[in-house]
Write a protein that binds this ligand. Structure first.
Ligand code: HEM
Length: 156
């Protein structure tokens, strides 16, 4: 038994509709794309970094006011600020290499790692003439990087 011509045409159209549905179906979205993971990690590390670096100025202020114990906290927090700058570098390098993000955040993070080390040396030497303004520069760079990470952090 043969189908009528209009019956065949209907079959063909139905098959085309079916295949175009598959073509436009969203890709398997059960896993999070790598760019999102690195972007979120950069946001997390950059936010912690900005808050802890800002905390350094409050701890130093308290110490200068006469609360001697705050210097030990300032010293301990310095290690945290440095360590988180390292994690920020890892996150931004991953965003650049694995998720085709921009390169400059990795450069800025790496420069921060080096500058924070210098800042610690200056702190131990009591060279406040450079330590205080350098602290302001570090905090400003941290805040700007965190703001950028939340606003864009590269391609979606
Ligand atoms: C942003 C990152 C900063 C880091 C990593 C850092 C690190 C340090 C370190 C390691 C010391 C030596 C602590 C000791 O002698 O036991 C120190 C001392 C000190 N820092 Fe900072 N600091 C930072 C920011 C600041 C800021 C923003 C200020 C002031 C606004 C500041 C003011 C001081 C003061 C007053 C001392 C004591 C110096 C002395 O004993 O003569 N620091 N800092």
């Amino acid at each position: 038994m043969h189908k009528s011509t209009s019956g065949v045409a209907l079959d063909v159209r139905a098959r085309r509709r079916e295949s175009s549905r598959h073509e436009h179906a969203p890709a398997d979205d059960s896993s999070t794309p790598p760019s999102t993971i690195w972007k979120q990690l950069l946001r997390l590390t950059a936010t912690c970094e900005a808050l802890l670096a800002f905390g350094q100025s409050a701890l130093a202020g308290g110490f200068l006011e006469g609360r001697a114990n705050l210097l030990a906290l300032h010293r301990a927090n310095a290690i945290l600020v440095w360590g988180i700058a390292m994690s920020m570098t890892i996150a931004s390098v991953a965003l650049w290499r694995l998720a085709r993000g921009p390169l400059w955040p990795a450069g800025v993070s790496l420069a921060l790692v080096a500058t924070i080390l210098l800042q610690m040396v200056l702190g131990y030497r009591g060279n406040l003439l450079i330590h205080v303004p350098l602290g302001v520069i570090i905090i400003s760079a941290d805040v700007l990087l965190a703001v950028w990470a939340w606003r864009s952090a590269g391609r979606p």
